[in-house]
Design a protein around this ligand. Structure first.
Ligand code: GAP
Length: 433
């Protein structure tokens, strides 16, 4: 994990937020490569779950919502962690994260457990007396319930159908930890899928299969994934059944995403609190009912972290250590690097020309600094699947070499076929080899 965190900082994937001020706990910044990587994760998720499906539509709702939303949803009442404080060093811990009954940091005595609401408060409004106190959303899904009627009456959807949303959520986590695994500001990728109660089990099974397929599709190792079924007695207040996908991180198994059957809890609660009917009218059958909700709820940061952990490889090549990030090509931040063998002899200009053309379609990179072997290694370290080398033969016959990151094998192809070569290998429509 330490090696990965250091690579992420060194190569511009992820930095601590506000680093020059000493950092701020639980907040992270995605650098030039990290932003591309996480964007690819979110875009691939959207591609698979929204674009390719005719039963899911998208939404991008406001992060700040009416304060009553959080009363109706149960968050004001229920969104608590049970915490204890150390009487000596004053550190605070989640009770369920503790192994003994003394402070894990200094061995001091702990206070009695108390409830701590993990929503981040904010005030909306310009003057002190008229400002309204509300919260930054702790999950993206509530706006989906609140907008349920607006969405279904404005789109050509009918139950069963889903609404998907990707966006920021905020939680005042007691102990943010394990790099970006548990942060205070993070991104979720959530779907609320509305169906009839009689079909809930069938849809639950289908969702499990689709979720599993997505994690394999972004390149995670199957043996590092598993399902965890929540025991009935520890289910969240809204849930009839919840299963989680877990990934084996270097620090142990951790939740990547949940799949919950929320029943009719949310639509009913918001109908009651707002006084607006959120039932669904099935015109062909002349039937009105409150749909059951299945919720696949994933974390974009956790998926990105799992992808980073899975991709990290160290190996020995000709007596030298090589660090290589084996990202699936569709997730890799840079798809191809164009490298002139040497800077001289018109090769740099030829390579720059090619890179400029490829850039219109793919995220590419040009580099002429240092020996070609060192440049290949730099690209391996950031997971660039293909390096295209322009050499003296290119000037003669218009061909280039394409080097594969994983096998390190090279093949020669005509320069004007490079775009088609990449097209076949780096798009979201490409599944695992
Ligand atoms: N709407 C349901 C919901 O929010 P959750 O299990 O609390 O359920 C869903 O969160 C997903 O959001 C988690 O599986 C995880 O991937 C991500 N997530 C939750 N809290 C997080 C945190 N503090 N930091 C990073 N990701 C988090």
């Amino acid at each position: 994990m330490e090696k990965l965190v250091s690579l992420c900082k060194r190569k511009g994937f992820i930095f601590q937020s506000s680093g020059i001020y000493g950092g701020i706990n639980g907040c992270w910044d995605f650098g030039p490569l990290g932003v591309e990587l996480k964007k690819n994760v979110k875009d691939d998720w959207w591609y698979n779950f929204v674009q390719l499906r005719d039963d899911i539509v998208g939404l991008d709702a406001s992060i700040i919502m009416h304060p009553d939303v959080w009363v109706a949803s149960g968050h004001v009442e229920e969104f608590h962690d049970i915490v204890v404080d150390c009487k000596a060093c004053k550190h605070r811990f989640r009770q369920d994260h503790l192994e003994g009954d003394t402070c894990p940091d200094c061995g001091g005595e702990l206070t009695e457990p108390k409830a701590f609401n993990s929503m981040l408060r904010t005030r909306l409004g310009v003057s002190d007396d008229s400002a309204v106190e509300t919260f930054l959303r702790p999950e993206t899904c509530q706006s989906i319930f609140v907008d349920f009627k607006d969405v279904y009456s404005s789109s050509r959807v009918s139950v069963p159908f889903g609404i998907a949303q990707v966006g920021k959520s905020f939680r005042n986590e007691v102990n943010p930890r394990n790099f970006i695994f548990r942060s205070r500001e993070f991104e979720q990728m959530e779907i609320e899928f509305f169906c009839r109660e009689s079909e809930e089990e069938e849809w639950f099974d289908r969702w499990q299969a689709d979720i599993w397929a997505w994690y394999l599709g972004v390149g995670l190792t199957e043996s590092k994934l598993r399902w965890y079924e929540h025991p009935k007695e520890s289910l969240a207040h809204y849930s009839k059944r919840t299963v989680d996908v877990e990934y084996e991180f270097p620090f142990g198994w951790g939740e990547l995403q949940g799949l919950a059957n929320r029943g009719t809890f949310d639509l009913t609660a918001h109908s009651k609190k707002s006084g607006k009917d959120l039932s669904f009218f099935d015109q062909p059958n002349n039937e009105r009912f409150v749909p059951t909700v299945l919720e696949p709820s994933a974390g974009a940061d956790r998926a990105t972290l799992a992808i980073l952990c899975d991709a990290y490889h160290e190996e020995e090549v000709k007596g030298e250590k090589r660090v290589v990030m084996r990202f699936h090509p569709k997730i890799a931040p840079i798809k191809a690097a164009v490298l002139p063998l040497v800077k001289k002899g018109g090769l740099a200009e030829l390579a720059q020309d090619l890179e400029k053309k490829l850039r219109r379609k793919f995220n590419t990179y040009y580099d002429h600094g240092g020996a070609i072997g060192r440049r290949y290694r730099r690209m391996d370290e950031v997971g660039t699947p293909y390096c295209i080398c322009v050499d003296f033969d290119t000037k003669e016959d218009g061909t280039v070499t394409v080097r594969d990151r994983d096998s390190m094998e090279q093949e020669r192809i005509p320069m004007d076929e490079v775009a088609a070569f990449l097209e076949k290998r780096v798009g979201f429509d490409q599944q695992r080899d």
